[in-house]
Design a protein around this ligand. Structure first.
Ligand SMILES: [Zn+2]
Length: 256
């Protein structure tokens, strides 16, 4: 089975000891592409090195809602520069997180909208993070209609799911779909249109069953795909190849 991890954070310190071993394990076992998200300038440079070394690695750049308070002029200019040079395949992750509220809500909305405008200007898709802010995220996305993107690590309810699909967004499911309590989410996996889904680990976070509590890594996306295939009563290989096409449809070709 050939598979893709559509969202992980290989530039984080959790991988500083064995980053290359983790990557090589992924490609050796059937991984064909992964997108390693950059959440700041330093992470972007580290991910860029990975993109140059491995042809299957993509990166994006965006200030997470947690960091909206540090998203200033310098960050905005840097994002515009890498977007204009086509060094990234997406803007993100960006969005709203009213669960942790690590940045004031007005600051989160401000940083979110600036980054959406940059994505639109440079015709890049967006990677959306939303937690406990579905109504607000939906209204911002409606206001900026016409931008393509994905709702990453989907954990919201059915209303937001329907809105996202209506706005032509993709839905990315993580290892959470394997967690015992995720019954509602599994219903949405079953419901999800096949041409709108792909899968992610969000490594180093969110290890799927049977690895819960351990550091996650891109290879484990396999378990999430297998679980989704079981829910959709499909062959995992077929589901994975459709998800791979969806990923390439959204993010396009690797610029490196
Ligand atoms: Zn993430």
């Amino acid at each position: 089975m050939e598979f893709i991890d559509s969202h992980c954070h290989l530039a984080m310190d959790a991988f500083s000891e064995d980053r290359h071993e983790v990557i090589e394990r992924f490609f050796k076992e059937g991984g064909i592409s992964l997108l390693s998200v950059s959440t700041n300038i330093d992470e972007f440079y580290l991910n860029k090195e990975l993109c140059e070394k491995y042809s299957g690695i993509y990166t994006s750049l965006g200030w997470h809602p947690h960091d909206a308070k540090v998203f200033g002029k310098k960050e905005e200019d840097f994002l515009k520069e890498v977007a204009s040079k086509k060094l990234i395949n997406a803007v993100g992750e960006i969005g709203l997180d009213f669960y942790y509220d690590n940045s004031p809500r007005e600051e989160q909305i401000r940083a979110f909208e600036i980054q959406l405008r940059i994505a639109k200007k440079f015709n890049l898709p967006v990677i959306i993070h939303t937690r406990d802010a579905d109504g607000e995220t939906a209204s911002v996305l409606r206001k900026h209609r016409g931008i393509r993107g994905v709702i990453h690590c989907f954990t919201s309810g059915e209303d937001f799911f329907d809105t996202a699909v209506k706005l032509d967004f993709y839905i990315s499911f993580s290892g959470i779909i394997t967690f015992p309590k995720a019954e509602d989410l599994r219903k949405l996996v079953k419901k999800a249109p096949i041409d709108r889904v792909f899968f992610e680990t969000d490594s180093p976070y969110l290890s799927p069953v049977p690895f819960r509590g351990k550091r996650n890594e891109p290879l484990r996306v396999k378990h999430t795909i297998e679980k989704a295939a079981e829910l959709k009563e499909m062959d995992a290989k077929t589901l994975s190849s459709i998800a791979n096409n969806n990923f390439y449809n959204l993010f396009g070709k690797n610029p490196f």
